[in-house]
Design a protein around this ligand. Sequence first.
Ligand code: C2E
Ligand code: MG
Ligand code: MG
Ligand code: MG
Length: 288
Amino acid sequence: AAKAAGGARHQFFDEALNARSRERALLETELRHAIEAGQLCLHYQPKVDARNGRIVGAEALVRWQHPERGLIPPGRFIALAEESGLIVPLTDWVLHAACASQRRWAEAGLRPLPLSVNLPAVSLVDSRLADQLDELMMVHGLEPSCLVLELTETMLMRDVNTAVEVLERLRARGYGLSLDDFGTGYSSLSYLNRLPMTEVKIDRAFVTDVARGGRDGALAAAIITLGSELGLQVVAEGVETEEQSAFLLGRGCVLQQGYLFSRPVPAAAFERLLARGTAREPEPEACA
Ligand code: C2E
Ligand code: MG
Ligand code: MG
Ligand code: MG
């Protein structure tokens, strides 16, 4: 009987596993189709100068507008894209769409701002990256300084020597280089010094508890000092409250991104923010 029960359990797990892999295979097929069918879109989150709310840049974040499942966040399909290799055409699409937006905004007479895009790990071992980017700049009539490439520590630490080589080439051509989610990976401080970054982003995890005087406040403050000493732009991500913003400002971190200023928004809404110049909603007027 015990053996029979074990067999049944096995069968149950096998079926659960099969259901999971079928679901994944379906999602993969759908994602492959989505890239070609134009179901991906970019939302934009402003990066602001927290002293005055002025928009000084933006991050492009991909979403999948699924015909039946609605808007799918990247957390649900980027890993799958990386495992299946679909991340390559997906990244091509993201870079192209980001540059096309920049072009459109320039033509609409909006103030030019650097736009950040997130790159996957494979980009760093793709020897075509620099040439591919240069071609995009040419096609869209843009300067490399209007593009910031966001990379995570974990990605860079896989092969530091190659990363340094690729990044130096990109940096020499004028692209901005941002170290995303800083503090969550395993890089040592000496590596940070070797990477030719222009910017470091303090991960949301350190920002969340910042005003409570806890340890994260100390870590955020240390990252701000370190980044500034290394001559990097320091950006805090995930700023949600006035307290967090004020604490970071007090420590010299003026560049901030987060729901306090604006959620990531579709292109049309972002263009309205850009035209206005500031990301904060003006204080609601008092009722008469
Ligand atoms: P990330 O690059 O660290 O982006 C920041 C994430 O935090 C975004 O989530 C953003 O919507 C969210 N966020 C911003 N402000 C706040 C806040 O105040 N509070 C909270 N709770 N969250 C905030 P999103 O858009 O879901 O993206 C998640 C991750 O997916 C990104 O993390 C990035 O690693 C990846 N990703 C997004 N777009 C792309 C892309 O085009 N290509 C690749 N390879 N990865 C992407
Ligand atoms: Mg990012
Ligand atoms: Mg980040
Ligand atoms: Mg993050």
